[in-house]
Design a protein around this ligand. Sequence first.
Ligand SMILES: C[S@@+](CC[C@H](N)C(=O)[O-])C[C@H]1O[C@@H](n2cnc3c(N)ncnc32)[C@H](O)[C@@H]1O
Length: 173
Amino acid sequence: MSAPSPWIVRFAPLAPAGPVLDLACGGGRHVRLFRSFGHRVTAVDRDLAGLGELAGDAFVEAIRTDLETGAPFPLAGRAFAAVVVTNYLHRRLLPALVEAVAPGGLFLYESFAAGNERFGKPSNPDFLLHPGELLDAVRGALRVIAYEDAVVTEPRPAAVQRIAAQRPTPEAT
Ligand SMILES: C[S@@+](CC[C@H](N)C(=O)[O-])C[C@H]1O[C@@H](n2cnc3c(N)ncnc32)[C@H](O)[C@@H]1O
């Protein structure tokens, strides 16, 4: 079982009460994290085998789907207290993911960035965030709490981009 990302651990406590979306959840390290904070979690992946016992948890809605068929975003119209994506990019989904953040909710995204090809996979530009791409994705919709575009050494050398952003509540605007 891999440990949750320190970036997600850092900001998870800021999520208001409500359901959380973990898109491309893999083994469910962030499903587990938010579940432990009492959130219901919608876990989406084309392969849910890694979720193990979490797939049958009453607080986990496990949805197996291929997100890259070009079909409409399967969760359109739903709103989440946090939308979490780590180590996955299908950039066509970015507007729908930002849209899915509820008022007061968080957008937590961390994935590989341009420059990662120096370190290994992923090296396909389709899977690497452009400089500033996550800032561009939230501009005009969410308030940026923190953003990094950096080379990291842990858990292995990689170029990553990550953001924590919040949708203002109506009373804050
Ligand atoms: C590198 S793993 C990251 C898993 C998890 N977010 C994490 O950080 O631990 C990428 C995940 O994306 C999922 N994935 C890749 N392509 C997908 C697709 N077309 N539709 C749905 N899920 C996909 C994979 O099954 C895998 O679980």
